[in-house]
Each structure stands twice: as C-alpha cells, then as structure tokens.
Design a protein around this ligand. Structure first.
Ligand SMILES: Cc1ncc(COP(=O)(O)O)c(C=O)c1O
Length: 373
C-alpha cells in the first residue's frame, strides 16, 4: 500500500541548485532574489508594493502595528482560524474580538462582523479560509463607511481572487504565508502587499530594525539612523529564490489544484455523509476541505491507509487556554466555528497528486462511511 503525502512542494532540481549556488556565493540576505521575489509578487497580485518577511505572522504583526492598533482598541477576527491571526492583534496590546464564521467556507461574514461593532472597534482581520474568497468587497465597503481598518490574512490565499482582483488588495494590507504546506513555500516565510505608499514605508522600516535608509540609498557606508523601534523580520535571499522560482510557475500549479478540486467534488457527489467546501473559480484551494460527523474515526482510518491529511483547525480560538483564560468567552457564541472545528478534514491537493490517488482517497472515505461506520 503506497502512502499519499498531505503535501509535496513544487520545487524542482534546478530550484535546489539555485539555492546551493546562492549559499556558495556568500550573499545570503537582502540580495538580488529578495527584490526579484518582491517584484514577482507585485506582478502576480497586481499590488503596488510587496515586502518579503520572515513569516505571515510577522507580516500580520507589522500590519497591526502600522495600522496603529494599541491598548484599548478592539479588532474583530474569525474564531475559526490559525492562532496567528489573533496573536498579531494581541502583540500590539489591542483586544481580539472573535466572530463566528460561515459553515462550509469557514469565512467571516459582514453579518457576523456587524454584531460585534462597538465604539472601540478599530479594525477587522479577515481570512480567506482554505483559499476560498471571503466576501471582502462587502466588508471593505462597510469598513470604509465606518472608518475601520481592514487587514487581510492571506495565509491560504496565493491565487485567490475576488472579482478579478487578487486577495490582499482590498484591505490596507494582505499577508501571505510560505510555510511548507502552503501553495508556495520558502520553508518559513511570508510577504505583505499593500497599495498605500505610506503604509509600505512603515512596514519596510518596522521589518528591519527601524533603520531609516536602505543599503543602496546610503551616502556613506554604514550611515543610517533609527528613529523608531523595529524588528528583524527579514527573509534570507535563498528563501526568496525558492519562492520566486515557485511563483513564476504557479499559474499551472493553480490550474491543477482546480482540476483536483473538481475531481474530489465529482467523487463525493452522491455521498450524503460528507459535505465539502464549495467550488469557486476564484479559490486557490490551499487544501480541499470536507466535513464529516465521524471525523475522528475517519482520521484514524485514513492514517491506517497511509493517507496524509490535516485538520484546519480543530479548536476554535476562544477555546484555546490563552484566550479562554483572558476573555472567558462562551462557546455558544461560535456555533459554526465549533462545528467546523469538530468536523473538518483537509485533504491533499498539489500538482504532483495523481488522479488515481484522488480516486483512492475518495473510495476509502466513501467505503468507510457506507460500510464501516
Ligand atoms: C490563517 C493563517 N494565518 C496566519 C498563519 C501564520 O503563518 P506563518 O506560519 O507563515 O506565520 C497561518 C499558518 O498556517 C494561517 O493558517
């Protein structure tokens, strides 16, 4: 029985050789490939500015700081997301206000956001869960009207579009993740996009210690000033090279993701015990999520069959001890997030995944739900 991995990166032997060449060159950080990668991100997303960072969490943290979030502010975030979305808010001293999400997409909605608006609401962070586009255009309209800052957590959203515009271009910024299971990987890594020059300048400074002058712009070697506190959230040049090489071939990766998603949907079309994320031509299908009441038993079965799957995410954030101790929120306020957490399974989706492997995964799941449950 051959195992099927949950994720396989789209990295070729020439990409690996390039990383080796950079390592041999000795120029390991803020070099040629960092700017090439940032240029390619701008081209792919259509954003005016792109900044590579050490992770999506770093990008979200900087976006919250550059937005001026501070103690006393409330920022609405989905209850069903990675803990990084809420942590980014909490790092600034502001308070994360959790919102319930939509069943099947796991996305935050304008309706749920509206229920949580107070005088202290300064921002909203949305997530395009599993790569499925959020109703970000409606949310943006509302935020603009109410002077609320919108930030997009695009950790799952390389290749997600809303009305022909790439995700991350709606809010003041969009932060992407290049963690190993993501559509594109640099090991750890991320990028922030924005269309606001001032915001871009702020993020650029905050990302590199608060230093006010780029190496290339310094009149005298080593001459720069620091007027505010910053971090070291830079990405290395060999990581940037890996990201660059994957991004230039990402269009065909995305096409394959859609073909696989369609194959899953066709296979599951007559299985009542299982529901799945909706199909959208605008999705980037970071994973293919299915929902099933007997999730935990099914996970055991899939493990026995050597099928790599994941869960995004099992426990809604208000139930995590840190947030539970701090805010003591009632689970009944997040019914959909709770169901989502208890029933979701993320199935593999990547260009190297073969059709017969997709069919095998579906057959195991369907047989289990029909005969063994
Ligand atoms: C929705 C979401 N936001 C943020 C992050 C954090 O990304 P990173 O690991 O690049 O910091 C993740 C990680 O998977 C995520 O799923």
């Amino acid at each position: 029985m051959k195992n099927i991995k949950f994720s396989i990166s789209n990295i070729s032997p020439t990409d690996i050789k390039l990383v080796g060449d950079i390592l041999k060159s000795g120029w390991l950080t803020h070099g040629k490939f960092t700017s090439l990668f940032e240029k390619e991100i701008k081209k792919f997303t259509g954003a005016k500015y792109a900044i590579s960072v050490s992770s999506c969490t770093a990008g979200l943290h900087l976006s919250c700081l550059a937005s001026g979030f501070k103690k006393g502010d409330e920022i609405i975030v989905p209850a069903q997301t990675h803990t990084a979305t809420a942590h980014a808010v909490e790092y600034t001293g502001a308070k994360a206000i959790f919102s319930d999400v939509e069943p099947l997409t796991g996305n935050i909605t304008l309706k749920e956001i509206k229920k949580r608006i107070t005088k202290k609401t300064k921002g909203v962070i949305i997530v395009h869960m599993a790569g499925h586009p959020c109703e970000v255009d409606k949310i943006l309209k509302f935020c603009k009207k109410n002077k609320i800052i919108l930030i997009e957590d695009c950790a799952h959203a390389v290749g997600t579009f809303v009305k022909n515009k790439h995700a991350g271009n709606f809010g003041i910024s969009g932060s992407f993740s290049f963690y190993p299971t993501k559509q594109i990987t640099t090991g750890e890594g991320g990028a922030v996009i924005t269309n606001d020059k001032k915001f871009y300048e702020k993020i650029k400074k905050l990302k590199a210690f608060g230093i006010d002058t780029d190496i290339k712009d310094r009149k005298k070697q080593g001459d720069y000033d620091v007027k505010s506190l910053g971090f070291n959230y830079r990405m290395t040049d060999f990581q940037a090279a890996l990201g660059f090489k994957q991004l230039i071939k990402y269009k065909s990766n995305l096409k394959k993701r859609h073909l696989i998603a369609k194959r899953y949907i066709k296979n599951f079309s007559r299985t009542e015990e299982i529901t799945h994320m909706p199909y959208s031509t605008n999705s980037s299908f970071f994973v293919f999520q299915v929902f099933c009441k007997k999730r935990d038993e099914l996970l055991k079965k899939l493990k026995k069959e050597k099928i790599g799957v994941s869960v995004h995410y099992s426990k809604q954030l208000p139930k995590m001890t840190y947030y539970k101790n701090k805010y003591n929120l009632k689970a009944k306020n997040f019914i959909n997030a709770n169901d989502y957490g208890n029933t979701n399974i993320s199935l593999p989706i990547y260009p190297k995944l073969k059709s017969i492997e997709v069919d095998r995964i579906c057959k195991i799941i369907k047989n289990y739900l029909t005969y063994e449950k």
